[in-house]
Design a binder for this molecule. Sequence first.
Ligand code: FES
Ligand SMILES: [Fe+2]
Length: 369
Amino acid sequence: MSVPFGEPLHHGAMDAAVDLAAHSVAFPRRWWYPVARSSELGRKPLAVTLMGTPLAVFRGADGTPGVVLDRCSHRNYPLSLGRVTDEGLLQCGYHGWSFDQGGSCRFVPGLLETRTQSTWHVAAHAAVEQDGFVWAWGEPGAEPTRAPFALPVVAGRGAGETVFRIDLDSTLRAASENALDVPHTAYLHRGLFRGRRRNRITAIRRPVTDGIEVQYLGEPVGMGPLRLGEASGRTFDHWDRFLLPSVAQIEYAVQGWFRVVNTIVQLPLSPFRTRAWFVVRFSSPLPGPLVGTVVKLQGRRILGQDAEALARQTERSLQLGGERYASTELDLLGTAIWRLLRSAERAEQPDGEDLPLASVSERRVVFEA
Ligand code: FES
Ligand SMILES: [Fe+2]
C-alpha cells in the first residue's frame, strides 16, 4: 500500500490507551521549536500542535509573531479560528475577545469600560522569526535561555535553496534516526542512493555542542548508479548531525566542486506525529534553480519511502505495546539521539536551573555500504 504524501495513516493511534513510557517519547521544553514557515504565516492565524498541545500562531501589528494556547479563555473556542485585528490582536471568532502576543486579553466587546483580568489571559509562548521560520519556546510563560538553531549559510556559485515539508507518522526520535541513518539507503531506497558495489567506509561519531555528529570517510563520489568517484578516487566530505531538540542535518561536499546541506527542522506535533521541513541549501557549478528542482523531485520520492517505513514502524510498535530495539555498531545515531532527548528532558529542573546533558561517547566504526 502506498502512503499519500504527508497524509496521516492512523489518526486514531492516540485514542487507544498508549503507554508512552514504552515508546521513545521525550519533550524537552526549554528549547525552540519551529511552528511555521515565515512564508505561510500571513494575516490569517495558523493552528499547529506542539507535542499534542494546540497552539495558535499569528502576527501582531508590527509583524512579529505571537504563539498562544489555541483555546479562548472565555468558552474554550479555538483562537486559530478567529482573525487578526488591524491592531494586531488575535480576536476570537466566537464572542470577539481579543488577545495580544503575550496572551493578555486586551478587549472584550460590549463591556462599557476597558478592563482586563489575569484569569482572562491565555498561556503564551515566546516566539521569534529567524531563518525563514517562526520558532516557539517550548515552555509557556517562560523567558528563553538560548537562541533558536541557526541554519547554515551556503554561499558561492550556483547557490540556492529548496524547502519541502512532510508530516510523518513517527516519533521525533525515529524520524531523526531515519533521516540520518546510512544503512537503510541501500535497501529501502534501493537504486536511488548507493551503487551495487559496496565500499568500505569509516564513520567517526563525536559529541558537538547540544548534539552529536558522525563524519564519514571513504565514500566514493556518486549518486545511485552514477559512480564518479570509483574511477577518480574522489570521496565525499560527509557529516550527519543531530542537534537538540529537533534538528537533523546531512552535509555532503566535494572540495572546490559542490556543497549541499540538508537541514531537517522538525516539529513534534504529537508523540507519534512529526512535521519535518527539509531545508536543502547548496552551491554547485550547475544553475541553482535546476539543482533545486531536481533535489525537490528526488527528495520527495525518497521521502515517500521513508514516510511509509516510519508509519509501519510506528504502527507495529503501537500494536505490540511498545518499541524494542536490537542494534549493532552500525546503528550509530538512534540510541545517541534518544539519550540526548531524554537527558535534555530530565535536565529541566522545576526551579529553572538545568542539569548538564548526558555526554555521548566518541566511536569509530568501519563498515560496508
Ligand atoms: S469563546 Fe472566545 S470570546 Fe467567547
Ligand atoms: Fe531514507
